[in-house]
Design a protein around this ligand. Structure first.
Ligand SMILES: [Fe+2]
Length: 610
C-alpha cells in the first residue's frame, strides 16, 4: 500500500504525518525532538524518527499544508499596511521571502533526500491552510455529513471559514479574511494581559473563571458582529498587522488597563477582561455557526483551527448540536494541518467512491520507545529502578497516589496535539485541597491560578459531573456535581478591580470532593477514557477506583512551564529529577526518587519560562 506524507513547517509548530489509504500511521511535532517550543523549522528530527519506524519505499506523495505563494502575497500586503513605527516586524516579513523558497518541491525533495535518503523525486502537492484544518477534523470524525468551522488567526488570507463535509467532499460555504480574525482578537487580549501569544491563550482561558464579564459591552466596540454574522475588528484598538503588539494604546485606555508585565500581579480587572473577551468570542461565533446550521439544515458540527482548542466555546457548540454530534480533533492548531493536508489529498482521490474516514486512534500517533531502549538510558545513568508487569505497575501507582505521591507517566506512543492524554502525563490525586497550588509551584513551575484537568473512566463521568459528556481529547468542559460556593467566597468582594487575585483564598472559597480538578466556577475540563482502553493509564485508574472508589486522577502534561512535553527517556528523567515528582513510570520500569538521591545533580537543567 502506498503512503502520503503531510508536512507543516515554516511558521509555527512544525509537524509531520504519514497516512495510507486506510490508516493514520504516524503524526508528530518537531518541537518534541528539538526541545524548541513551537519549532517552525523543516521537521528533520521527526522525519528521522519516522524513517526509523516505517519503511518509506512506498512513499508516493508529499503534501504541504498550505499555499505558500498566496500566503506570501498576504504578507507583502501586510508589510505595506505596517505603520512606520512598527519597524520590528520588518525583518520577519522579509524572512517570509526566504521561507517561500523553502517550500518549493525542489527544496522539499532535497531535504527528504538528505534526511531519509529518498532518491526518487516525489510529487509535492499544496493544500490550502483552512482546507487542511477542515480535513483534519472532518475525516477523523465519524460523521457522514457535517458543518465544519475553521477559525484561527490567519491562514493564507482566511481567518474564519465554514465548510460542508459530505461523503468525501469538502465544500467551502463561507469565508472571512484577515485582518478581521477571532484568533487575532483573542491573541491581542492575551498579550494585553501579559501572556505570550501562541501559548498564553490557554492562560487567558484559565484566568477567565476568576472574573465577571463587566467589559462585555465595552468590547463590542473592539469586535463588532455585523448583520450577516461576519465580524469587524476595529483598527482603532486592534493592530493585526504587527507581529509584536497586536493592540493599540487606545485599547489600553478603553479598558483602563495597561499591558501587564509578566512580573506584575494579576488583578481582578485582568480576569474580568479575560471572561468578557471569552464571552464576546462565544456570542459572535455561535451566531455565525447557528445560522449556517439552520440555513443548510445540518445537525452535526466539526471544529478546527486554533479556536477549536477553546474548551468553553466547544462546550457551547456541543450543547447547540448535542454532545454526540460535536467533534473537535485533538490537534486543532497548525500542527494538525500536516495530517489534514495529507487526508484532504487522499480523500480527493476520484477513484475512491466510498466515504473515507481515518481513525485517529485517540491521537496516540507519535514516537514510541521500547523497554530495551529505555533500560539502556536508565543503566547509562546508573539509576536504581525496578522492572514490573503492567498490572503490578497499575496496582503500585494507585497505592502511591492514594498516599499522596505525584507521578510522572511515560508509557506507550506519544500524543499528537498540545494535550498529554495519559501517555506523557503527570498524574496525582484529585481530592487534595491545594493540589492546584502545589503542582503548579513545585512541579510545573507555572502560575498558581492555572487549573488542572482530570482524566475519568468514561462510564463513571455521570457520577461526578453534571453532564454525561465523553471527550477523549479534553476539549470540552463539564461541571462538578455537588460543587458548593462557601460563605468565605461570597464575602470575597470582586468589585475592586485593582485588587490582586488571591488564589489560595479563592480556592478556599468553594467545596468540592475533587477539589484539585475543580475550577473556581465549578467547571472542569474532563478527559474521558474507556475502561477497555489497553493503555497503562487505564490500568492505574481502574486500580485507583478499586482502592478508593474514585475513577478520577489529575492528568497534566509531563513538562515544566515553557518546555515542550517530554519526548525521550532522557527528557522524562530530567523533568523527573529536577521537579517535585516522587516516582516515575517509564516503560515497564519504576524509578523511586528516594532511591536515587543524586539524580538532581546528574540532570541539572536551566529552565526558560514563557
Ligand atoms: Fe491555522
Amino acid at each position: 500500500m502506498t503512503s502520503t506524507l503531510g508536512l507543516a513547517y515554516g511558521y509555527h509548530d512544525s509537524a509531520i504525518a504519514l497516512v495510507d489509504e486506510n490508516e493514520i500511521l504516524y503524526a508528530a511535532h518537531e518541537e518534541r525532538f528539538t526541545r524548541i517550543k513551537f519549532d517552525n523549522s523543516f521537521p528533520v528530527s521527526a522525519l528521522k524518527d519516522l524513517g526509523k519506524t516505517f519503511d518509506l519505499k512506498k512513499l508516493k506523495n508529499v503534501v504541504y499544508y498550505e499555499k505558500p505563494f498566496k500566503k506570501f502575497e498576504r504578507q507583502i500586503n501586510s508589510l505595506i499596511q505596517l505603520p512606520l513605527r512598527d519597524l520590528f516586524s520588518f525583518p520577519e516579513n522579509v524572512a517570509s521571502l526566504r521561507k517561500l523558497f523553502q517550500t518549493s518541491d525542489k527544496y522539499i525533495n532535497k531535504q527528504l533526500k538528505n534526511t531519509l535518503e529518498i532518491e526518487k523525486q516525489l510529487p509535492v502537492y499544496y493544500s490550502s491552510h483552512h482546507r487542511s484544518h477542515a480535513a483534519a477534523s472532518f475525516y477523523t470524525s465519524e460523521f457522514e455529513s457535517s458543518l465544519i468551522l475553521v477559525a484561527d488567526a490567519v491562514g493564507e488570507f482566511e481567518s474564519t471559514s465554514l465548510w460542508i463535509g459530505k461523503g468525501n467532499i469538502l465544500t467551502q460555504i463561507y469565508s472571512q479574511n484577515f485582518p478581521n480574525s477571532y484568533g487575532i482578537f483573542y491573541s491581542a487580549i492575551t498579550s494585553l494581559l501579559g501572556f505570550k501569544v501562541n501559548t498564553g491563550e490557554f492562560k487567558l482561558m484559565g484566568l477567565a473563571p476568576y472574573g465577571e464579564p463587566t467589559y462585555l459591552e465595552t468590547l463590542q466596540n473592539v469586535m463588532t458582529l455585523n448583520d450577516d454574522n461576519s465580524m469587524t475588528l476595529n483598527p482603532k484598538y486592534i493592530n493585526p498587522f504587527s507581529s509584536h503588539r497586536l493592540f493599540t494604546k487606545k485599547l489600553e485606555t478603553l479598558l483602563g488597563s495597561k499591558m501587564r508585565k509578566d512580573s506584575e500581579a494579576l488583578l481582578q480587572k485582568h480576569a474580568d477582561i479575560a471572561i468578557s473577551s471569552q464571552k464576546i468570542l462565544e456570542n459572535q461565533i455561535i451566531a455565525l455557526v447557528s445560522r449556517a446550521l439552520e440555513n443548510f439544515k445540518l445537525d452535526k458540527l466539526c471544529v478546527s483551527g486554533g479556536v477549536g482548542l477553546n474548551c468553553v466555546l466547544n462546550t457551547k457548540f456541543s450543547k447547540l448540536v448535542g454532545h454526540k454530534n460535536f467533534y473537535s480533533f485533538s490537534a486543532s492548531g497548525d500542527a494538525g494541518t500536516a495530517l489534514g493536508g495529507a487526508l484532504a489529498f487522499l480523500a480527493n482521490d476520484k477513484s475512491n467512491k466510498s466515504s473515507k474516514r481515518w481513525s485517529h486512534k485517540g491521537s496516540i500517533l507519535g514516537k514510541c520507545w521500547t523497554n530495551d531502549e529505555i533500560e539502556q538510558v536508565l543503566n547509562k545513568f546508573d539509576l536504581h529502578y525496578k522492572r514490573m508487569s503492567q498490572n503490578e505497575i497499575g496496582f503500585k501507582v494507585a497505592q502511591l497516589i492514594n498516599e499522596g505521591a505525584i507521578i510522572g507517566l511515560f508509557h506507550g506512543k506519544e500524543e499528537f496535539g498540545p494535550r498529554a492524554l495519559g501517555n506523557r502525563s503527570i498524574i496525582a490525586d484529585a481530592r487534595t485541597k491545594f493540589g492546584q497550588i502545589l503542582i503548579n509551584e513545585q512541579i510545573k513551575f507555572r502560575e498558581s491560578f492555572r487549573p488542572f484537568a482530570p482524566i475519568c473512566l468514561e462510564d463513571r463521568i455521570k457520577d461526578y459531573f453534571v453532564e454525561d459528556i465523553s471527550d477523549p481529547f479534553m476539549l470540552r468542559i463539564n461541571f462538578v456535581r455537588d460543587f458548593k460556593t462557601l460563605d468565605i467566597h461570597k464575602n470575597n468582594s470582586l468589585t475592586d478591580k485593582n485588587k490582586a487575585i488571591l488564589i489560595k483564598q479563592r480556592l478556599e472559597g468553594f467545596d468540592s470532593y475533587i477539589h484539585s480538578i475543580t475550577h473556581v466556577d465549578g467547571s472542569s475540563r474532563v478527559q474521558s477514557i474507556k475502561r477497555d482502553d489497553p493503555r497503562m493509564i487505564t490500568k492505574i485508574l481502574i486500580e485507583f477506583e478499586r482502592l478508593t472508589d474514585l475513577p478520577i486522577l489529575i492528568n497534566t502534561s509531563f513538562n515544566v512551564r515553557g518546555e515542550p512535553i517530554v519526548n525521550s527517556p532522557f527528557d522524562a528523567l530530567q523533568c523527573f529529577a529536577t521537579t517535585g515528582l516522587s516516582h516515575l513510570v517509564i516503560g515497564d520500569f519504576m524509578v523511586d526518587k528516594m532511591k536515587n538521591a543524586d539524580m538532581k545533580n546528574i540532570f541539572k537543567v536551566q529552565l526558560k519560562y514563557d
